[in-house]
Every structure is written in structure tokens, then in C-alpha cells.
Write a new protein. Structure first.
Length: 125
């Protein structure tokens, strides 16, 4: 079973975020977090937060083992685009598009056996 985490509307270009995501694609979650801590790119922070969130979701909500987690998929899509203007010569304004990204991280690994609730025996009458 796969567990996912999504970061939407990260205010960076998808092309730049995807370069960082490609560094950790297919690695274990522990390796990915170490790599992302040492990558000198601004896009490393939101990717790291999303990987850490997927790890937390897997451990807390789906009872996965922490050491067996690996990144099954990581991809970046374009988010919302905002049209903006910058000043130009002779009183003009030139349009540009401020881009954002959506980061998707899907992790997989070995699940722990589900704990059965303790049953209490009822006394016979």
C-alpha cells in the first residue's frame, strides 16, 4: 500500500523544483532527507518538507516501519499561475507569469502487523 503527501502552490517554478526532486527519486526516505538537507537549492526545502510529511503519514496513519520506507514516486506539476507586470522604459509595463508548483510524493514500504485490541472475556452465567 502506498502513502502520499502533496504540497500545493509552492511558489517556485516547476522546472526548478523538478530538478531537486530528480535527485531523490527511487531512494530510501532516510537517504532522501539527508540529501535534501545538503542540496544548496531553494527548492530543496519544500521537497524535503513533503518527503518528511509522507514519512510521517506512513508511520502514524498506516503503521509502516520507518527503516523500510522508500520513495516510490515523486513528481512535480505546474500549480496556479499569476499574471504580473514589471515596469519598463517610457512608462510602459511588461507582463510576466509568476509560476507555482504542486509536489507529489508517494512512499511505500513494509507494514507492521496490525495490533489487535485486547479482548476481555465475559463471565458465564
Amino acid at each position: 500500500m502506498s502513502v502520499k503527501a502533496i504540497a500545493k502552490n509552492v511558489r517556485m517554478s516547476p522546472r526548478k523544483v523538478n530538478e531537486v526532486a530528480a535527485l531523490v527519486r527511487g531512494r530510501t526516505v532516510a537517504e532522501a532527507l539527508v540529501i535534501l538537507d545538503h542540496v544548496p537549492r531553494r527548492a530543496a526545502q519544500p521537497v524535503r518538507k513533503t518527503v518528511a510529511s509522507a514519512k510521517a503519514n506512513a508511520i502514524k496513519n498506516h503503521n509502516f516501519k520507518e527503516d523500510g520506507l522508500y520513495i516510490e514516486q515523486i513528481f512535480v506539476n505546474a500549480g496556479a499561475r499569476f499574471k504580473r507586470y514589471r515596469p519598463a522604459a517610457h512608462g510602459r509595463a511588461l507582463p510576466f507569469i509568476r509560476r507555482s508548483s504542486n509536489v507529489y510524493v508517494i512512499v511505500n514500504g513494509e507494514q507492521r502487523p496490525a495490533k489487535k485490541p485486547a479482548t476481555t472475556k465475559k463471565e458465564a452465567k
